[in-house]
Design a protein around this ligand. Structure first.
Ligand code: IMO
Ligand code: MG
Length: 422
């Protein structure tokens, strides 16, 4: 099994890369997260954003697994499937998607509670995508939730109604405007019925059997290392394991079976939502990167915060994931700048320098190394030999610092604009 992972705060271009390499695999599999992901894929000049559907869906021969470590929102998923069919009528999700019977469901009140907690002053505001992700995962950990396999059980409806009514009672005590319980239930159970067209199975057995038959699996991470529940910038993180070990536990595949680990990073940084971001730019440079890089959330439409590449955080992400190949994206966005910066260290308040960090201290000062910018006609570039020398130098500096080869470089939004470097 190979894995694709985000190394920063999400939106590194995971979908685009997977769409490109998925033809080499028999199965793509999502192992974490839910509809909070937004993986954008371009087809014939049009873009679609996948939330829950694995990015191999456009390859007819590829099976797409929604694994045990995910949380599936039936209502959002139904919309996504209908949208996907409207986008490309040749796609056959009923035949090409397999859902783990152990994947947990996001219930309607999970989403309402997410909105409530984000707005209520008694809770820390995280800046979530308001998809009920934390609420579904916390109910899983509390052992109070329902799973995909439960939808076939005779007491499924009453179990869900019990949880939903309990949550609803609590929500009704606040001053949030709520849809009626009937409305919530109808929409949810209709979507659950729709889910029954999919193959729901023990995906652990399916995947391990596939491996033993010599089939190739690509695990698709959503979110990213710095948003990991354990290793990210807590509490401003998501609620799942986003790292390589998360792929193993989320799919039920032994760590011994992991081969390549592709780590994806932009040549700068972005973040949506709250939380520490040492290299954040608050000036025109930051605005320019946002506009040129189309840095607006694919899930929520929020403007993304932008900043220079953060090497101490990236080193940490490479380390905890055991990245074997680096995929760098958005190199075209920085094209035309006279000079570009990389944060090589943080200088702490007592003067010590930190070169690797997963904590990203709030008051640390980023120490920047300025390098010559590049300028190139990326639109017509076909091979890495045509890259400008300044960009080659930038990449070679990163390879030396991170001790991992850069094997792919994205030079534009188009599907084909990904150069193979090695
Ligand atoms: P992809 O897979 C970028 C961020 C949210 C918020 C925090 C918690 O497209 O890279 P949540 O809704 O998960 O409880 O929000 O995590 N976040 C993402 N940021 N890309 C994503 O997914 C994200 N998924 C969640 O903005 O800060
Ligand atoms: Mg995204």
């Amino acid at each position: 099994m190979d894995i694709v992972l985000g190394l920063q705060w999400g939106d590194e271009g995971k979908g685009k890369f997977i769409d490109l390499i998925s033809e080499n695999y028999d199965i793509t599999a999502r192992f974490n997260g839910g509809s909070n992901a937004g993986h954008s894929i371009e087809r014939n000049g049009r873009r679609i954003t996948l939330k829950m559907v694995p990015s191999g869906i456009f390859m007819k021969e590829v099976q797409n697994v929604i694994g045990t470590g995910t949380v599936l929102d039936p209502v959002s998923f139904k919309k996504e499937i209908l949208n996907l069919k409207a986008f490309d009528e040749t796609v056959r999700p009923e035949e090409n998607i397999i859902i783990s019977r152990k994947a947990h469901l996001v219930l309607p009140t999970h989403k309402l509670l997410d909105i409530f907690m984000e707005d209520d002053p008694d809770y820390t505001t995280i800046g979530t995508t308001k998809n009920g992700i934390a609420q579904a995962y916390s109910n899983k950990i509390l052992r109070q939730n329902v799973r995909m396999g439960d939808i076939y059980s005779p007491d499924f409806k009453s179990k869900v109604q019990h949880i939903v009514e309990r949550d609803y009672k609590m929500l009704a005590e606040g001053n949030m405007i709520l849809p009626s319980l009937e409305e919530i239930n109808n929409e949810f159970f209709e979507a659950v019925d729709f889910l029954k067209i999919f193959n729901c199975t023990e995906t652990e057995i399916y995947l391990n059997k596939a491996l033993s038959e010599g089939k190739k699996i690509l695990a698709e991470g959503s979110q990213a290392a710095m948003l990991d529940i354990d290793h990210g910038t807590y509490p401003y993180v998501t609620s799942s394991s986003t790292t390589a070990s998360g792929a193993s536990s989320g799919l039920g595949i032994s760590p011994k079976k992991i081969e390549e680990i592709y780590g994806i990073a932009k040549v700068y940084c972005t973040r949506v939502g709250n939380g520490v971001f040492p290299t954040e730019l608050f000036n025109e440079q930051g605005d320019e990167i946002r506009t040129k890089g189309r840095e607006f959330g694919s899930n929520t439409g929020r403007p993304r915060r932008t900043g220079w590449l953060d090497l101490p955080a990236l080193k940490y992400a490479v380390m905890i994931n055991g990245v074997t190949q680096l995929v760098l994206t958005k190199s075209d966005v920085l094209s035309g700048l006279k000079s570009v910066a990389i944060c090589t260290h943080y200088e702490l308040e007592d003067g010590t320098l930190q070169t690797v960090s997963g904590v990203l201290p709030e008051n640390a000062k980023p120490v920047l190394k300025w390098m010559q910018g590049w300028n190139a006609d990326f639109a017509n570039m076909k091979s890495s030999s045509e890259l400008p020398s300044e960009l080659k130098e930038f990449l070679s500096f990163l390879e030396t610092e991170l001790e991992v080869p850069v094997t792919y470089l994205s030079i534009g939004a188009g599907r084909e604009q990904m150069l193979k470097m090695k």
